[in-house]
Design a protein around this ligand. Structure first.
Ligand SMILES: C[S@@+](CC[C@H](N)C(=O)[O-])C[C@H]1O[C@@H](n2cnc3c(N)ncnc32)[C@H](O)[C@@H]1O
Length: 389
C-alpha cells in the first residue's frame, strides 16, 4: 500500500471538479501534440482558472484545509517579521510593502497591526496574488480585522516600476511549477505527462522543453555523479526573482520557504526529488491523482535563488534557518507579559512550532536580499549560513 492509497476519499462535488480539470488537462495534452512538461501540468493543477487548486474555492490553508503555514500558526511569526521590515524602513524614504501570494491575508493583518503599534505604518501594502479566490478572502479578512487601515492595502496585477520598500514571499516559491528531470547512468531526460488508455501517465524524453534546463542538468549531473536520480528545477522562481530585481529600486526582499542549498538539494541520497502533495493534512508523493483538489509543492534550491539575485545586482544579505531569523527578530520578546498562565503556555507552544528544529525551525529557511541599502541588516547576520549556498 502506498501513501496515496491511505488518503481520505474526496466528496462527490470535489471529485466532479477534479474530473473537469483532468478533462481540460487531457485536451491541453492533445493541443500540445501528445505530451506536456510536468511544469505545465503542475501549472494547470494549481492555477487553471476556476478549477486549479489555488484558483477554485476550496479551503486550502489552515485547520480545515490541506496544510498550514507559519502566519496561520501564530501572529508571533508576522509580528517578528515586522521587526525585520522596520530595520529596512529605517534606511529608506518611502515605506511600502509588497507581499506575493498572501494566502488568507493573515500575515498582512498581523504585520500591519504590529507596524501600527510602532507608528511605522507603510504608505501602501501591495499584494500580488495569483488566485482570484484567495484575493477575495484576503479583502474580506483585512476589512473585518483592521477596518481602520485596510485602505492601505492595494492589489496589483503586475509588478510596480521603481519600487522602494520591502518585498515578502512566504511559501510562495514552493507553489511555482517545476520541471522534473530524470538521470539514468549519465543520460538526462525530462519527465512529461501524456495520456495512455485515457489515464494520465509520466513519460520521459531526452528532448528538454526549455533550453535553460540543459545548464541546470549539467550542474546536477556534476553533483550526483552517474546514478539513477529524479529531481526538480524551479525555472519559474528564478524568472520571478529576476523580475523582482528589475522592479526593486531600493529596499529588501525576504524569501521564506522550505528548502536547501544546492549540495543538499541535489544530494545523491535525495534520489527521488522533493515533490510532495498535500491533501487534508496528509503528505504523499503522487501528483497524478486528486488534480485540482490537492496541493503540489517542491522544495526550494536556495543556491539557485542566491545566484539569480547576484546575477541581477541584488545583495545577498543573509541565509538563515527560520528559527535563527525569528530569534534575531526578537520573537521571544513578543510574547505577552501579563500573568495569565494559559496564554503563556499557548505562546510557548506556538513558539516551539515555529522555531524547534523538529518542527518548522530548521526545514524552513529565510533568504534576505537587498538593493541600494547604505547599511547592512544586522539581524540577518545571526547564525548566517551564506557559506553553505
Ligand atoms: C502555500 S500558499 C502560502 C500563502 C501565504 N503566503 C501563507 O504563508 O500563508 C501559496 C500562495 O502563493 C500564491 N502564489 C503562487 N504563485 C504565485 C505567483 N507567481 N504570484 C503570486 N502569488 C502566487 C498562491 O495563490 C497562494 O496564495
Amino acid at each position: 500500500m502506498t501513501m496515496a492509497d491511505k488518503l481520505p476519499v474526496p466528496d462527490p462535488i470535489a471529485q466532479q471538479y477534479s474530473e473537469q480539470l483532468v478533462t481540460l488537462i487531457k485536451q491541453k495534452i492533445v493541443d500540445a501534440g501528445g505530451k506536456i512538461s510536468f511544469a505545465d501540468y503542475m501549472q494547470h493543477c494549481l492555477f487553471a482558472p476556476g478549477l486549479g487548486y489555488y484558483s477554485a474555492g476550496s479551503h486550502k490553508i489552515g485547520k480545515q484545509g490541506d496544510f498550514t503555514t507559519a502566519p496561520e500558526i501564530s501572529s508571533l511569526f508576522s509580528r517578528t517579521l515586522a521587526q525585520h521590515i522596520n530595520d529596512v524602513f529605517k534606511q529608506i524614504e518611502q515605506l511600502n510593502i509588497l507581499e506575493f501570494g498572501a494566502g488568507s491575508g493573515k500575515m498582512a493583518v498581523d504585520i500591519l497591526t504590529e507596524l501600527k503599534s510602532q507608528s511605522m505604518l507603510p504608505e501602501h501594502y501591495y499584494i500580488i496574488e495569483a488566485s482570484a479566490d484567495l484575493r477575495d478572502r484576503q479583502e474580506k479578512l483585512l476589512h473585518s480585522e483592521i477596518p481602520d487601515i485596510a485602505n492601505r492595502v492595494v492589489w496589483l496585477d503586475s509588478l510596480p516600476e521603481n519600487f522602494i520598500g520591502v518585498i515578502l514571499a512566504n511559501e510562495v516559491c514552493d507553489a511555482m511549477p517545476v520541471h522534473c528531470l530524470q538521470f539514468n547512468q549519465g543520460r538526462v531526460s525530462e519527465r512529461y505527462i501524456e495520456t495512455i488508455n485515457s489515464e494520465l501517465q509520466w513519460c520521459d524524453d531526452e528532448d528538454l522543453s526549455q533550453p535553460l534546463l540543459a545548464k541546470h542538468a549539467n550542474n546536477i549531473q556534476d553533483l550526483i555523479g552517474n546514478i539513477n536520480y529524479t529531481t526538480e528545477v524551479n525555472l519559474a522562481a528564478e524568472a520571478w526573482l529576476t523580475s523582482l530585481a528589475a522592479s526593486l529600486e531600493q529596499g529588501a526582499i525576504f524569501i521564506i520557504d522550505y528548502g536547501y542549498p544546492q549540495t543538499s538539494y541535489y544530494h545523491p541520497q535525495r534520489d527521488n526529488g522533493t515533490l510532495m502533495c498535500y491533501y487534508q493534512h496528509q503528505g504523499h508523493d503522487n501528483p497524478l491523482i486528486l488534480q485540482g483538489i490537492q496541493d503540489i509543492t517542491a522544495h526550494i534550491n536556495f543556491t539557485a535563488l542566491a545566484q539569480t539575485a547576484m546575477d541581477n545586482e541584488l545583495d545577498v544579505e543573509g541565509f538563515q534557518s527560520q528559527a535563527d531569523f525569528l530569534l534575531a527578530g526578537g520573537i521571544t520578546e513578543l510574547a505577552p507579559t501579563d500573568d495569565n498562565e494559559l496564554s503563556h503556555l499557548h505562546y510557548a507552544s506556538k513558539l516551539k512550532q515555529l522555531t524547534l528544529p523538529s518542527e518548522m525551525g530548521e526545514s524552513f529557511k529565510v533568504l534576505t536580499l537587498s538593493k541600494n541599502l547604505e547599511q547592512l541588516l544586522p539581524r540577518c547576520k545571526l547564525a548566517d549560513r551564506r557559506y553553505s549556498l
